[in-house]
Write a protein that binds this ligand. Structure first.
Ligand code: 26Q
Length: 823
């Protein structure tokens, strides 16, 4: 793709000009941050042309639009990715080189846009990339949090959170769109008015508080196709006129309150991952962005269409988990109260427009709002939900006469709570899980009643990831090698072509090249770790990596207990052959999740002891990478030898890190959980290391009160010893209390929780055996290279391009758009 804006000469001139007009400086005088801004504005110029062209094309073609509604978009950095997708990375790199500017260093100046916690937020970001790259009209709709995911520092082994002030130097890629502002109302009461002339009833909200939602648009650049979609994130501000007016009336208090409401709503992302916290502010955030987004979508539709009954032909609201589920009621409110429709026609439209993706089966993550809170904050929306529930309960009773158990299990309103998942299922036309196993568990266990009542709504969409960011940008060495071997760069938009690499598994020279690239990436990571963590690691050792949010079900504890076990083995049998291993962890714990924080401390304590024990000759190293995030993830995946995916079977809905490792040639060491099942299916079980209980076994134990970990503890001396080391001071300078809670969690039932809820001791032996298999396999250099290469070769299914195409075919039915560039 030729773009004159990226002509070296033109581009250099533009950068110089930007430095001058933004900072009154020369390139030589500018700071790296200023150069980042200047370069980004130059790139933005080029993007804007395509952005305009795309939006004009959409106006012409009037394609159906998907609105991807999400509380989280974990975008990471934009500059490098935008250059990649504009197919201008190398030109710009060269142009900057000639100016004495290192593009990589400039990229490092950009803060991550970390408007998300983990998997769900990153999935949303990958989906936007794929939607644009496939040429589909889409908006991401979310919140412009002032503070995104906290920055993590490790102090004395403990996680310390500091605010992520990502906007402090300005965001060069965003556009403020004041003219599309929308008002969002909270609280107050509903007055019912009866209009005698029309015979219609009107619902008027009074005594409410309101805020203005101001959209900021971020460009989402498609790969090499001139398509630029929009991520629209909403900022909040107080309504100025109202403020003055209330001030005049002496209602100073109300004015200040509205200022505060606006400020607090968008202040910060809730750092919970897979855990529901019933905070009022969270519900305000949800309604805030949902109401603004739906108002904007309806207004946009009405600009060019006269009949709202046909809205489902042009619009889908895809709800990323239950977090934006209030969309169902908000759309109903707009159709009923503002468009004066009858219930049945509004319901018909709504249920053909909304669709829901489920990302978890864990009960602690299910959103259930107390009715008093909900109805106080959203009185009209609550009335509408009551009516949705009333009608749904009638339907249940029709279908299952006399079966009040069904009503209890399925109603939306129950036990003084609003069950958001039930609202999402009833109010939408599609319910999907995120991996085959996960969808099956939804259908057969968690959502069984709903599946029986409306089986055709249920479908699976196995997650995917974008190879543009996680291979082309994150691993340029491997990307270039793949291009050379395949003789084409088409894998960038067609990942199934990777299977063309399969024959190379029999090609000794290719295998050596592949592992040489892995080695260079390990050197790059070693350098990063030395610079950022002060630990030196040997790139010749096995890089065994577990990076993901810290959660008990993900079982970082199993991993570190196994490290403790290996350390015992090495100390006890110094003569034993042992292939050097570096265990790399990266994980943020939700700020209030005490046990997760204890696990971080334990990992760091084990690292302290093991890394400083000269007697083991550097055979074992443990590294905890501080502040794991999208930008350093790109470096980590590229350098991994082993991908740790060891969740308790049935608990990880899909996982997406597993796919990023696979893409970068790291075999999976994992349980048969989430998308691991499908990864193994693609790559072959002989190219993975699978262990542990199956999801059926786990579910079976759970339905029968769990299992008895004490028996294992008593009968396996290695396990006994490792567990005891949690409380004998080995890793706590003699402190016997520091890890007692972890010890207890493994052996004792407490406060309603079973002992060893996540089957760590139950799976320990199987895990240790699998780790042994990893070591043996790695010793066979060529055998390992084959496995690694085949992982890359077999990853085609796990592109988010495939996932998005399935959403389009089965759920969204979008039209493909072709954009002609302006220049
Ligand atoms: C809910 C209510 C109040 C506050 C926070 C939350 C909340 C926030 C984030 C609940 C859940 C999340 C995040 C869930 C998540 O990331 N789930 C992951 O989604 C991935 C993409 O589908 C899957 O691959 C992972 O398996 C799943 O854990």
């Amino acid at each position: 793709m030729y773009n004159p804006r990226f002509d070296k000469k033109t581009f250099k001139k533009e950068v110089k000009n930007n430095v001058k007009s933004l900072y009154r400086k020369t390139v030589e005088e500018a700071t790296p941050q200023q150069l980042f801004q200047a370069v980004s504005f130059a790139v933005k110029e080029a993007i804007i042309d395509d952005w305009i062209a795309t939006q004009n094309q959409y106006k012409k073609d009037d394609p159906k639009i998907v609105y991807y509604m999400s509380m989280e978009f974990l975008m990471g950095r934009a500059l490098g990715n935008n250059l990649i997708n504009m197919t201008a990375y190398k030109e710009v790199q060269e142009a900057l080189d000639e100016m004495g500017i290192d593009l990589n260093a400039i990229e490092d100046e950009e803060p991550d846009a970390a408007l998300g916690n983990g998997g769900l937020g990153r999935l949303a970001a990958c989906f936007l990339d794929s939607l644009a790259s496939l040429g589909y009209a889409a908006y991401g709709c979310g919140i412009r949090y002032k503070y995104g995911m906290f920055k993590q520092k490790i102090e004395d082994g403990y996680q310390v959170e500091t605010p992520d002030n990502w906007l402090k130097d300005g965001n060069p890629f965003e556009l403020r769109r004041e003219e599309y502002a929308k008002e969002v109302r909270f609280g107050g009461n509903i007055r019912v008015e009866y209009d005698v002339t029309t015979g219609k009833t009107h619902f008027v909200q009074e005594n409410y508080e309101s805020v203005m939602a101001i959209p900021y648009d971020m460009p989402i650049v498609g790969y090499g196709n001139h398509v630029v979609n929009t991520l629209r994130i909403w900022d909040a501000k107080a309504i100025v006129d109202f403020q003055l007016e209330s001030f005049d009336r002496g209602d100073y208090h109300k004015a200040v309150e509205q200022e505060n409401l606006a400020k607090t709503i968008v202040e910060v992302l809730y750092p919970n991952d897979n855990h529901y916290a019933g905070k009022e502010l969270r519900l305000k955030q949800q309604y805030f962005f949902v109401s603004a987004s739906i108002q904007a979508a309806v207004a946009k539709y009405k600009k060019t269409h006269s009949d709202l009954h046909k809205l489902p032909e042009k619009v889908t609201f895809q709800m990323n988990d239950t977090h934006p589920t209030v969309a169902v009621a908000e759309l109903m409110r707009i159709l009923l109260d503002e468009e004066n429709m009858e219930w049945d026609e509004a319901w018909e439209i709504t249920t053909k427009t909304c669709a829901y993706t489920n990302h978890t089966i864990m009960s602690e993550a299910l959103e259930k709002w107390p009715i008093d809170l909900f109805s106080r904050l959203l009185p009209r929306v609550y009335q509408i939900i009551q009516e949705i529930d009333r009608r749904f309960v009638i339907k249940i009773r029709e279908m299952y006469p006399g079966n009040e158990e069904k009503v209890r299990k399925m109603a939306i309103l129950y036990n003084n709570q609003v069950r958001m998942a039930h609202l999402a299922i009833v109010g939408g036309f599609s319910v999907n899980g995120v991996a085959r196993l996960h969808t099956e568990i939804l259908k057969q266990q968690e959502l069984r009643d709903f599946y029986e009542m409306m089986p055709s709504k249920f479908n699976n969409k196995t997650n995917g990831i974008t190879q543009r960011r996680f291979l082309k940008h994150g691993n340029p060495l491997l990307a270039d090698w793949v291009t050379e071997k395949l003789g084409t760069e088409d894998w960038v938009t067609n990942l199934s072509l990777m299977e063309g690499l399969k024959p190379l598994a029999e090609d000794t020279k290719a295998l050596a090249e592949f592992m040489d690239i892995k080695y260079k990436n390990k050197e790059r990571l070693a350098k990063y770790i030395l610079e950022h963590n002060g630990v030196s690691v040997d790139p010749r050792s096995i890089f065994d990596v577990q990076v993901k949010r810290l959660h008990e079900y993900k079982r970082q504890l199993l991993n570190i207990l196994h490290v403790m076990y290996l350390y015992n083995q090495i100390k006890e049998h110094p003569e034993m052959s042992f292939y050097p291993r570096t265990f790399i962890f990266g994980a943020k714990a939700s700020a209030g999740y005490i046990r997760a924080k204890e696990i971080i401390k334990l990992i760091n304590s084990v690292a302290d002891v093991v890394n400083n024990d000269r007697s083991i000759n550097g055979k074992l190293k443990v590294v905890f990478i501080e502040d794991y995030r999208v930008s350093n993830a790109e470096i980590i995946f590229a350098a991994a030898d082993v991908s740790e995916q060891i969740s308790t079977a049935s608990k990880e809905a899909s996982g997406t890190g597993n796919m990023k490792f696979m893409l970068n040639g790291a075999p999976t060491l994992g349980t048969m959980d989430g998308a691991n099942v499908e990864i193994v299916e693609e790559v072959g079980i002989e190219n993975a290391f699978i262990f542990g209980l199956s999801s059926d076994e786990v579910i079976n134990y759970e339905n029968n009160g769990g299992y008895n970990p004490v028996e294992i503890y008593n009968n396996d001396p290695d396990i006994h010893r490792v567990v005891d080391q949690l409380i004998d001071g080995t890793y706590s300078n003699g402190d016997t209390e520091m890890y007692r809670d972890l010890y207890n969690s493994l052996l004792k039932a407490q406060g309603g929780a079973r002992a060893d809820m996540y089957f760590i001791l139950k799976d320990f032996r199987a895990y240790a055996d699998a780790q042994k298999r990893v070591e043996e396999a790695y010793k066979d250099t060529e055998g390992w290279a084959k496995k690694a290469l085949l992982n890359t070769a077999c990853c085609g299914k796990f592109t988010s391009d495939r996932t998005i195409q399935e959403y389009v075919d089965d759920i969204w039915h979008l039209d493909k758009v072709k954009v002609e560039p302006i220049i």
